[in-house]
Design a protein around this ligand. Structure first.
Ligand code: PMP
Ligand code: GLN
Length: 391
């Protein structure tokens, strides 16, 4: 479903990947790494299929997820965020963050209510709000620096708002919400009786030392209304494993579990076991990954700038946004078609990540293109060269 509730298949990510393959373009569209995760983690997953570590390795896992994974997540949240979570009642494993998002929205967004998000937003939010019979309403991030506009947010939230969807670090802008911004949002959600879901899948990918990720669960007053969603896909470059989780107060997790049990019932145990090993000891992987991502971001940013596409300066995540208005009068989608077919670089138009009927035709958010830099050196160099020579 698109944000207006119309069925659209496949998603912009899959369409862009298909276009990249057919044009032999460098795929900077769909956000997945083209390098494998660390070998020791892959070995741990392979071994987990044949060795019964914590129960039958190839049969249903407990609905809440393997205890070893939930314990590892609880330790990690305490260490990095100072948040204490009971692994038995406050953490539930899901099939990727995608299922955690779906189960949370279906649990908390009541039919006929309003769900609020910042624009642009991750595409599954609109689809799940539509499935819940709720209306997704967007508040654009500010022009230029993509911060949450809290006055506009305060004007948009009302007693009709059942759920606020946050995403920090943010896809596609790379914005990391500050504690002060999160505190104000929590305060407003309390005032209007709304719940909060915070999508934190890029939590480990802070690329600039001056940025600090704050989980919504570390914000005072959030614990009775907010859940956080995360995933191992980005942290360990294993997006295909689809190991995600939802965290929060037991009463909230219980409600989300009530939905998850009828979406997938339970999620595969072997990858959960391997992710638990990675969370307990990443063997230096995460800091190496952050350096590689920062290097790729800088390289691609220079190339975009030299090609006349004005990139933003994301402090986290996988993506750069480029403003195309100096270079072309085309809209972002037409420009992406041209870029894939004639320049040989595939990217995502931001107009696919907004609520189409709420954002006017010539709005600044329709003049932005998203480039994924979570790609190996060769892909980034090749894309940089094509942009500089062919655009
Ligand atoms: N939320 C955001 C903001 C994402 O970018 C993605 C995709 N990487 C997801 C959720 C989905 O995560 P997963 O692959 O774990 O389902
Ligand atoms: N999260 C990835 C992105 O934003 C893609 C996920 C997907 O293909 N659904 O590009």
């Amino acid at each position: 479903y698109d944000q207006a509730g119309h069925a659209v298949l496949p998603t912009v990510y899959e369409r862009t990947t298909a276009a990249a393959i057919s044009h032999e373009a460098v795929n900077l569209g769909q956000g997945f790494p083209d390098q494998e995760g660390p070998q020791w983690l892959l070995d741990a997953a392979a071994a987990a299929i044949t060795e019964p570590h914590t129960g039958p390795p190839n049969q249903y896992a407990p609905g809440m997820g393997l205890p070893v994974l939930r314990e590892a997540i609880a330790e990690d949240m305490l260490r990095r965020q100072g948040v204490s979570l009971d692994p038995d009642t406050s953490i539930m494993a899901t099939t990727g963050a995608t299922e955690g998002i779906a189960a949370t929205i279906l649990a908390f967004a009541t039919a006929g209510s309003q769900v609020l998000c910042f624009e642009p937003h991750y595409d599954s939010y609109g689809a799940c709000a539509a499935l819940a019979g709720a209306e997704l309403v967007g508040v654009p991030l500010t022009a230029g620096d993509f911060r949450p506009d809290l006055d506009a947010f305060a004007a948009a939230i009302s007693d009709r708002t059942s759920l606020v969807l946050l995403n920090t670090p943010h896809n596609p802008t790379g914005t990391v919400f500050t504690a002060a911004e999160l505190e104000q949002i929590v305060e407003l959600a309390h005032r209007h009786g709304a719940r909060i879901m915070c999508d934190e899948v890029y939590e480990q990918l802070i690329l600039d030392p001056e940025q600090q990720h704050r989980s919504i669960l570390s914000i005072p007053g959030a614990s009775d209304i907010a859940v956080a969603v995360s995933s191992a896909g980005k942290s360990f470059s294993v997006t295909g494993w689809k190991v995600g989780w939802v965290m929060g107060a037991p009463a909230l997790i219980n409600q989300v579990r009530g939905v998850k049990q009828f979406l997938s019932f339970s999620s595969g145990p072997a990858f959960q076991w391997a992710v638990a090993q990675g969370l307990r000891d990443d063997q230096g992987y995460l800091s190496a990954l952050r350096s590689e991502l920062a290097e790729a971001r800088n390289h691609l940013s220079t190339a975009l700038d030299e090609a006349g596409l004005r990139p933003n300066s994301p402090g986290a995540g996988y993506f750069l946004l480029a403003d195309i208005s100096e270079l072309t009068d085309l809209d972002d989608a037409a420009f992406c078609d041209l870029l894939a077919a004639q320049v040989g670089v595939a990217a995502i138009p931001v107009s696919a990540l907004i609520i189409a009927d709420q954002i006017p035709r010539n709005h600044r958010l329709r003049r932005l293109v998203r480039f994924a830099f979570c790609k190996d050196r060769h892909s980034i160099s090749e894309a940089a060269q094509r942009l500089q020579q062919r655009l």
